[in-house]
Design a protein around this ligand. Structure first.
Ligand code: GDP
Ligand code: IMO
Ligand code: MG
Length: 419
């Protein structure tokens, strides 16, 4: 069997959580492969509304195993709150969740270092979620990090203190006041000890060998990838399809369908280039109707038109086989909808995503007539208004990839699956 992948093609918040929850019944295992609590994946069904940060979005389906892969960084304090919230909804989360021993820990001083570094950058700040992601991955690649499996070792506290000391030394370089509060961290560590730690590479490969189906759930988006995103305004992990192999220990041969998810427009939270950004009333309208405020930090998201230059780039990097479009319903009352089809740069017009985007990059737009009708109640592709179908079919034509799922609202059932 294969590992199918669902990942974001823009700057995150494309609706990954919602759609993973929708398609989970087709799978036996849902696994996160990178990122950490910088992610905020919103799920809505029956009377439940929840935002998941570290736990995969398949957790609300009984019998489905959810795996936190080796590629993640975990904050035990945040995890504890999240696990309690999930359990309070009647989920037997202890039985359904398996955690890789090799995932790395975010310790309280990682968050302080994150904040100190951001503060020192002034206007050039990344706009990090301040969850300690960058410093935790830095310690991983610098070979100083602590792995989840180590919390069971008798010398865990000694290793923890050594790492903390390194961070305290580092923090002396910054003019940054802080206090270290470790209470919630150690409470979280005790909670984690109740869970099953695994070698996720064996669990997943054995499952595939035994005919089980695995879905890998991405966090963030391709344009926030450490290599292919708008560096340095990116996150610190490989958010792209290749990250699945690294973050779960599966071979490229085992990757099956690659579902690329995008919003019918664009958003970005945090700093960095955004060619189709609308800093005007139209942008405000998208933010208001789309409730574009961060699921993790509550920050207003920047909004803009769909960017096909960026979308095609993301499709290429990830080898996307099926597209999923969300939030077209947000544009139900727009007379005109625009899509960027190329960029005008200092050296001419291009349809390639430049490695260095700057303020002189100007999108070239194609206009579409708005559909001016509510689509949230529609469940069949054929019943969508012609203008929206034209919009979707243009995207399919330009990208060469079919749009197989169309999400028309935040709820699990507000979904059109094309046969
Ligand atoms: P994720 O990080 O990719 O899982 O996305 P987020 O949960 O951070 O952000 C997506 C937001 O849009 C959430 O508030 C979802 O409830 C909501 N959402 C998802 N799909 C749709 C949709 O098709 N229409 C509307 N109106 N909202 C949606
Ligand atoms: P989901 O999984 C949107 C952004 C931050 C910042 C940059 C670096 O919900 O799509 P970090 O905390 O990783 O050091 O922040 O990346 N960012 C996200 N933006 N959705 C996310 O996750 C994000 N995770 C990080 O805003 O610009
Ligand atoms: Mg999100």
């Amino acid at each position: 069997m294969k590992t199918d992948v669902l990942l974001g093609l823009q700057w995150g918040d494309e609706g990954k959580g919602k759609v993973v929850d929708v398609i989970t019944p087709k799978y036996d295992i849902v696994a996160r492969f990178q990122g950490g609590p910088n992610a905020g994946h919103s799920l809505q069904f029956d009377n439940v509304e929840i935002v998941l940060h570290t736990v995969p979005s398949g957790i609300f389906h009984k019998e489905i195993i959810n795996v936190i892969g080796n590629g993640l960084v975990i904050d035990p304090a945040i995890m504890r709150t999240e696990l309690e919230e999930i359990a309070s909804r009647g989920v037997n989360v202890i039985n359904q969740l398996l955690i890789s021993k090799k995932a790395h820990l975010i310790v309280p001083t990682h968050r302080i270092v994150d904040a100190a570094m951001e503060a020192s950058k002034g206007k050039a700040k990344i706009g990090s979620t301040l969850k300690g992601i960058g410093p935790a991955y830095t310690d991983k690649t610098g070979r100083n990090g602590l792995r989840v499996g180590e919390i069971l070792a008798p010398d865990f506290k000694i290793k923890y203190e050594t790492l903390k000391k390194k961070h305290v030394e580092l923090l002396k370089q910054f003019d940054f006041e802080y206090t270290i509060d470790e209470t919630d961290f150690f409470k979280g560590v005790e909670t984690l000890k109740q869970y099953t730690f695994i070698d996720s590479e064996y669990v997943i490969n054995n499952a595939l060998k035994n005919g089980k189906k695995v879905l890998a759930e991405g966090a963030q988006g391709t344009l926030l990838d450490i290599d292919f995103g708008t560096y340095p305004y990116v996150t610190s992990s490989s958010t792209v399809c290749a990250g699945v192999c690294i973050g779960l220990g599966v071979s490229p041969h085992s990757v099956g369908e690659v579902y690329g998810i995008f919003k019918a427009y664009c958003t970005r939270v945090g700093s960095g280039p955004f060619p189709t950004e609308l800093e005007n009333e139209t942008g405000e309208k998208l933010r208001k109707i789309g409730h574009e405020f961060g699921a993790t930090t509550g920050r207003p998201r920047r909004t803009g038109w769909l960017d096909l230059v960026a979308l095609k780039y993301s499709i290429m990097i990830n080898g996307v086989t099926q597209l999923i479009m969300t939030k077209a319903d947000v544009m139900d009352t727009f007379d005109t909808v625009k899509v960027a089809i190329a960029y005008k740069t200092e050296t001419g017009v291009t349809d390639e995503f430049p490695s260095e985007l700057n303020s002189t990059t100007e999108p070239v737009y194609k206009d579409f007539k708005g559909w001016n009708t509510s689509v949230s109640g529609i469940r069949e592709y054929g019943k969508l208004p012609k203008e929206l179908k034209d919009y979707i079919e243009f995207i399919e034509h330009e990208t060469g990839v079919p749009v197989k799922i169309i999400s028309v609202g935040p709820n699990r059932n507000e979904t059109i699956i094309r046969q």
